[in-house]
Design a protein around this ligand. Structure first.
Ligand code: HDE
Length: 706
């Protein structure tokens, strides 16, 4: 009969259980080197229920080499918790990055609204702002061509207000009914499970070709807006019209805008593609580093205010989310600012668990009848029930209001509060301190008079024009931006294998702009222009809106940008110090790049540590680059692919290059013909002037745009 291995003797005692408590931080031998013990600075590790743990390295075993024991409640608890660490990711906007900060009102809107957050000038309201891509999963990359979510939770004194917007002021569809179809079409194709995080595939463009209402936003999606340089350089839009309601119950329509203090900046497409390989977390890291360095990202908050009568005179229906209101028509009024100044303590607890909902508005703010918004008012609360597991998600710290709150909602999964008393209903006469509704302070819906008309599944006639604003947007762009849009459409449609889908899209583009359609057809190598589909209403030539451009409106500044400075052994220490000082004075940060992360030995014998190793820190991650190299080092690096690519890419991505004489050998190896954006970094003024913008003139000489 086999001897039972499960009989324990004192000799089987788990080896890691110390007979005496070792000194703090003493690492013990005999296989338990990793065991760290509690001491003055370290609290005792416990189970979830507070049982102190003696050994966090070894599971409980019947003998040193025998089976593990079910009895090991410490192991079981640890593994069980781990097994349940993930919650469902967001169906859209799964990949996000967020930060805390504040909103400060600079001009009161007291004439328009009772909301205290919009009337109490100077009050700082805490915010939690989450930026996101739309199509990819939580683990996807930061820089695909995609719309970005721009969701702001304002913890006002009258409850949480969520402005859940995007970095594009219009949306793909007009009616909530189509949202699941749109999202299914843009996400990875269900049979093959790819592509991740991108619209360049058949199902998305098939949907576009059959839903011309998408075309205006498609123009935006193909513009440089969807390849932002940084989350700090994106505009944010509330998209829908909302209402402000004042003390007299009068309503004014409003559109919300966030305008980045650093101006709008985008990458160029080749750069965005290469960033996906260089740094999956490019935007997240950028925001983290800016906040850690005290360079707090800031946005102006602006509103467009307009009356029902003014809205009636617009050549489009403002309730249609595929339309924007040009600021030439209704000017923007800046009334506040948002500053993000604190990184979350814990990504999961805050960024992952935050639950936004466009239905969260304080008294004095109300909804419009935009049918897309109306659908959203339902969707967000609903999705949290499964994503966060039940009806008590508002108790999670990042979601909880920071003002007093009282109601009779009780129980449910993960109830964290312990309500006292006998009364959990209203009205009641048993207890004096139970919450009651307040006519004076409570939320009152705007008493909108209903339009005449019959009930039905109807799309308003005023929603029928799908092309005019797409045309306005495209024609308002600078020449180069138009080329970027045309090239992006060619790129995306070139990834569409189904010929009739490509043709149908080009067919629609003729309504937007015949020259654009021709450029795309040429770019796709089409022999003939595909037929133009009938339009529900004839597109109009609306006044152009130059305010919709990016390139002309970029701010010539180095503030908030990052310059990569390449050094090697023998680099002149003084030149590095001078250039660094000048760049930092201009508001940018400098990162030293060297062949080895340990740094390089300067000509004065000092060692300059590197922030990045050359092979792992391509120039794509910088706004501009410079190098200070000895002739010998330059010749050596001219034979190094990482160095040659560093300059070739910087040049191709239209960045300023500060190249000292020692660098010339690398420039030659990279085939760079120096232009006005390639300067000697000794002249720090010239370098800074060049680095304040991209070298747009360079682009047509470098690549063929559609
Ligand atoms: Fe969303 N959207 N959406 N959306 N949306 C979600 O809510 C939905 C729409 C936007 O950082 C989901 O909590 C429907 C427009 C942002 O957590 C979900 C419709 C705009 C975020 C949902 C829309 C947005 C979301 C997924 C059509 C721009 C991320 C998880 C009726 C104005 C917020 C979640 C964050 C998230 C539904 C249309 C922006 C599924 C049904 C238009 C920024 O509820």
């Amino acid at each position: 009969m086999a001897k039972s291995p499960a009989v324990r003797t004192p000799a089987d005692k788990p080896r890691s259980t110390p007979s005496t408590t070792p000194a703090p931080d003493t690492l013990r031998g005999n296989g338990d080197e990793l065991q760290q013990q509690a001491g003055a600075d370290h609290p005792v590790m416990t189970t979830q229920l507070g049982i102190p743990i003696a050994d966090n390295q070894n599971s409980l075993r019947s003998t040193p080499r025998g089976p593990s024991l079910l009895e090991d409640f410490i192991l079981r608890e640890k593994i069980t918790h781990f097994d349940h660490e993930r919650i469902p990711e967001r169906i859209v906007h799964a990949r996000g990055t967020a930060a805390h900060g504040y909103f400060e009102l600079t001009e009161s809107l007291a004439d328009y609204t009772t909301a205290r957050v919009l009337t109490e000038v100077g009050v700082q309201t805490p915010v939690f702002t989450r930026f996101s891509t739309v199509a990819g999963g939580a683990g996807s990359v930061d820089t695909p061509r995609d719309v970005r979510g721009f969701a702001v939770k304002l913890y006002t004194q009258e409850g949480n207000w969520d402005i859940v917007g995007n970095n594009i002021p219009v949306f793909f569809i007009q009616d909530a009914m189509k949202f699941p179809d749109l999202v299914h079409a843009v996400k990875m194709e269900p049979d093959r499970g790819y592509p991740q995080a991108g619209s360049a595939h058949d199902t998305f463009w098939d949907f576009v070709s059959l839903m011309p209402e998408t075309l205006h936003m498609v123009m935006w999606a193909m513009s440089d807006r969807t390849i932002p340089r940084s989350l700090r350089t994106m505009e944010g839009f509330g998209v829908h019209s909302f209402r402000l309601v004042n003390a007299e119950g009068k309503s004014t329509f409003v559109k919300f805008h966030w305008r980045p203090k650093l101006g709008i900046q985008s990458t160029v497409w080749d750069e965005a593609v290469k960033l996906q390989a260089a740094d999956n977390d490019y935007h997240r890291r950028d925001l983290f580093e800016a906040i850690e360095a005290g360079n707090y990202p800031e946005w102006d908050f602006a509103v467009q205010l307009f009356t029902e009568e003014e809205a009636a005179s617009f050549p489009f229906d403002h309730l249609d989310a595929t339309k924007l209101i040009p600021e030439e028509l209704v000017p923007l009024r800046t009334i506040g600012r948002m500053v993000l100044n604190r990184w979350p303590d814990n990504f999961f607890a805050e960024t992952e668990q935050v639950a936004y909902c466009p239905a969260n508005v304080p008294p004095g703010v109300d909804f419009s009848n935009d049918p897309l918004l109306q659908g959203r008012l339902f969707s967000y609360l609903d999705t949290q029930l499964s994503r966060l597991g039940g009806p008590n998600f508002a108790q999670i710290p990042v979601n909880a209001p920071k003002c007093p709150f009282h109601n009779m909602q009780r129980d449910g999964h993960m109830q964290m509060n312990v309500p006292k008393g006998r009364v959990n209903y209203e009205p009641s006469s048993l207890q004096g301190d139970t919450p009651r509704a307040s006519q004076a302070q409570g939320f009152r819906h705007f008493a909108e008079a209903a339009d005449a008309g019959a009930k039905g599944r109807i799309r308003a006639e005023s929603f029928a024009d799908h092309y005019s604003q797409a045309r306005m947007f495209f024609r308002s762009q600078s020449e180069l931006e138009q080329s970027h849009i045309a090239s992006a459409i060619v790129f995306e449609l070139s990834k569409v294998a189904t010929v009739h889908v490509r043709e149908a899209v080009v067919g629609h583009l003729q309504h937007v702009d015949p020259a654009l359609a021709q450029r795309v057809a040429d770019g796709l190598g089409m022999d003939a222009m595909p037929p133009k589909p009938p339009a529900a209403v004839k597109p109009q030539d609306l006044p152009l809106s130059p305010a919709l451009r990016i390139i002309d409106r970029m701010q010539p500044t180095l503030e908030g940008r990052c310059v990569g400075l390449l050094v090697h052994d023998g680099t002149n220490a003084k030149s590095v110090a001078t250039l660094r000082k000048a760049i930092e004075k201009a508001g940018a940060t400098v990162k030293i790049v060297a062949p080895k992360v340990g740094g390089a030995v300067m000509d004065d014998g000092s060692r300059l540590p590197a922030d990045g190793q050359l092979a792992g820190t391509p120039s794509t991650v910088f706004d501009a680059v410079a190098s200070i190299l000895s002739t010998e080092a330059g010749q050596k690096l001219a034979r190094e692919a990482a160095a040659v690519d560093w300059f070739r890419d910087a040049f191709g991505h239209l960045k300023a290059i500060g190249a000292c004489p020692g660098t010339q050998a690398i420039l030659q190896a990279a085939g760079i013909e120096p232009d006005a954006g390639v300067v000697d970094p000794k002249d720090s003024k010239a370098f800074i002037a060049a680095a304040q913008t991209r070298q747009w003139d360079r682009e047509p000489k470098l690549r063929t745009l559609a």
